[in-house]
Design a protein around this ligand. Structure first.
Ligand SMILES: C[S@@+](CC[C@H](N)C(=O)[O-])C[C@H]1O[C@@H](n2cnc3c(N)ncnc32)[C@H](O)[C@@H]1O
Length: 558
């Protein structure tokens, strides 16, 4: 190894990693350096030296890149939230477009990516309608709220993030004042003691409404009246709730929220549609860009008013209701019951009668409905969380053969993985467009249109069957047909049915996936890598493992 920890080198940054670190070389040795951008000449101290590459800390910019700008936020470097604030916004958009294209080529195996220009923002600050501030204590024991320093749980006090609403500062000051005056302790992650863990603020851009939810390490909230007095006078304040979370975990919110004052929701509009949003429901964080994202999805869906559309992972029904304006019937599926309640209420609020919602896992609901009721779709829209779609869901989507699939994704890597599967099963990638939902960060939203492949055309061939010259013998045809018969695709459903019939018990999809992975079989997803798992997933018993292996042998997978 040429370099060691604490060595100081001067390097030119030549590239950027997907997570936003600058990449440069010192005498052929690759270094990743946070807070640098392509073109910088930087003095760097090596903080971690591996055999073939290392990580450096930026000590000084020797010569700034033409792509570098001065960050608007004074704590941009310490805070882990904005990885790209020192990169010119036009360059940020180029970085994101490249990220999508690279993942589709590298992970998805696509040679040509039909990319359309990314949709950026005119004003890329103050765009967030949701803020989550961790609460803790400073060295003097005083309660502070702010952001975690990059990759740590150390709170950097900050009441005004330049990505969020300006009034967030006033709300936080009110809450910290209420804590001090009423001797309410902040939560301490190390000891697991103290009460206030997080403050969640939601803002409706089109209505000016605010809602606050305190996440607490306890069952009840003390000094409620004093809290209401502090906050209810703030312009636009519509409601205060609290959510109890006594688990020692990184999951922020508890399972439900309880009303302290006002409404349990705020209202916002996207285009012509009005939405009521409660604290625990998913709602896109950038409403200006969300409108553009949904318009792109709507355009890609190519609706004429005659289509049956499924919107999987529908949240509070935002995309569903947008699509319902141009479809015959829309069905939404969402795992969070409260979000589905919001979706149903939102449909009613807008007088939309052609949208219906199901609560549950998309990968369970759709296969079940397809199997039992033979539900159909002209268009399927999916907008999954970062981990993408489960294989069992993609399988059902392929079986349903919709004309078009619109895939909305917040993670280009899992998007590429899922598209690889769908395009291997009769779909073709027709349009791809990035939408910058998260300026100043490395994240990007992507919309993709897949179309069901049709034969390019047909030719007429005259054939005479039978014996004799120029005729095709019939038994030859049967033989050839047998040879060319495509091998049946072995689905999770087939494996489950085989096991239930032979062994009399059911096996979970995740168990089959686990056994497949253990056997080194090709896996394009990891059903047990669920980000939001509240409890560790159990493993299959030895008996179930054997049954799954038996089924895989039966279907000649192994
Ligand atoms: C990226 S959000 C999209 C929400 C909505 N389409 C929107 O634009 O607001 C993903 C949603 O999927 C839900 N979800 C997560 N896992 C799910 C699953 N297995 N089945 C159904 N919904 C799920 C989450 O609760 C969340 O509402």
């Amino acid at each position: 190894m040429k370099f060691q920890k604490n060595d100081v080198v001067i390097i030119r940054i030549e590239d950027m990693s997907q997570t936003g670190e600058g990449i440069g070389k010192a005498d052929g040795y690759t270094l990743f350096v946070k807070d640098t951008v392509i073109g910088d000449l930087a003095e760097v101290k090596i903080v971690k030296a591996k055999k073939n590459y290392g990580f450096g800390r930026l000590m000084r910019i020797v010569e700034p890149s033409g792509k570098r700008v001065v960050p608007v936020c004074p704590i941009a470097r310490q805070c882990g939230g904005c990885q790209l604030q020192m990169l010119d916004y036009g360059e940020q958009l180029r970085f994101k477009e490249d990220k999508v294209r690279n993942d589709l080529m590298r992970i998805g195996g696509f040679e040509d990516v039909p990319m359309e220009p990314i949709i950026g923002m005119e004003q890329p600050f103050r765009y967030r309608n949701k803020a989550q501030f961790p609460v803790g204590c400073d060295r003097e024991g005083k309660a502070v709220a702010g952001f975690y320093a990059g990759r740590t749980h150390t709170i950097i006090p900050c009441r005004d993030c330049v990505l969020g609403a300006e009034a967030n500062g006033e709300i936080l000051s009110g809450i910290l004042g209420w804590m001090e005056e009423n001797h309410i302790p902040a939560y301490d992650e190390m000891s697991g003691e103290g009460l206030v863990r997080h403050v969640l603020i939601r803002y409706g851009f089109t209505t000016g409404e605010f809602m606050v939810c305190l996440v607490i390490n306890g069952a009840g909230l003390p000094a409620k009246k004093a809290l209401i007095d502090k906050l209810c006078g703030i312009e636009g304040m519509r409601g205060i709730t609290f959510s109890s979370n006594t688990r020692r975990t990184n999951v922020i919110m508890g399972d439900k929220d309880q009303k302290v004052w006002g409404d349990g929701y705020i209202t916002d509009h996207i285009g012509k549609v009005k939405y009521q949003i409660s604290p625990l429901s998913f709602y896109q964080v950038n409403p200006v860009q969300t409108k553009k994202l949904y318009e792109t999805a709507l355009e890609y869906a190519g609706l004429t008013g005659e289509e049956t559309v499924w919107d999987l992972y529908c949240g509070i029904g935002t995309i569903s209701l947008f699509l319902a304006q141009r479809a015959k019937q829309v069905y939404g599926v969402e795992i969070v019951p409260q979000a589905v309640e919001d979706a149903r209420r939102n449909a009613e609020l807008n007088g939309i009668e052609n949208a219906e919602f199901y609560v549950g896992k998309a990968e369970e609901i759709l296969p079940e409905l397809y199997e039992k009721e033979k539900v159909r779709a002209d268009v399927i829209v999916v907008d999954p969380p970062r981990k993408g779609c489960e294989e069992s869901l993609l399988e059902t989507m392929v079986q349903m053969k919709p004309e078009r699939i619109v895939y909305v994704s917040c993670d280009p890597a899992t998007l590429a993985r899922d598209l690889k599967y769908l395009c291997g099963e009769g779909y073709e990638m027709v349009r791809v467009r990035g939408v910058d939902q998260f300026p100043m960060t490395v994240h990007v939203e992507t919309v993709v249109l897949l179309s069901h492949k049709k034969p390019d055309g047909h030719i007429n061939v005259k054939v005479e069957f039978g014996e004799g010259e120029g005729k095709v013998p019939l038994d030859n045809i049967a033989k050839r047909a047998e040879e060319y018969k495509p091998k049946e695709r072995v689905t999770y459903k087939m494996i489950k049915e085989y096991i239930e019939a032979k062994y009399g018990f059911k096996v979970h999809t995740a168990y089959i996936a686990e056994v497949k992975r253990d056997l080194g079989l090709p896996m394009y997803d990891a059903p047990n890598a669920v980000e939001e798992l509240k409890q560790p997933r159990k493993h299959p018993t030895a008996e179930k493992v054997e049954a799954i292996k038996d089924a895989l042998k039966h279907f000649e997978v192994i």
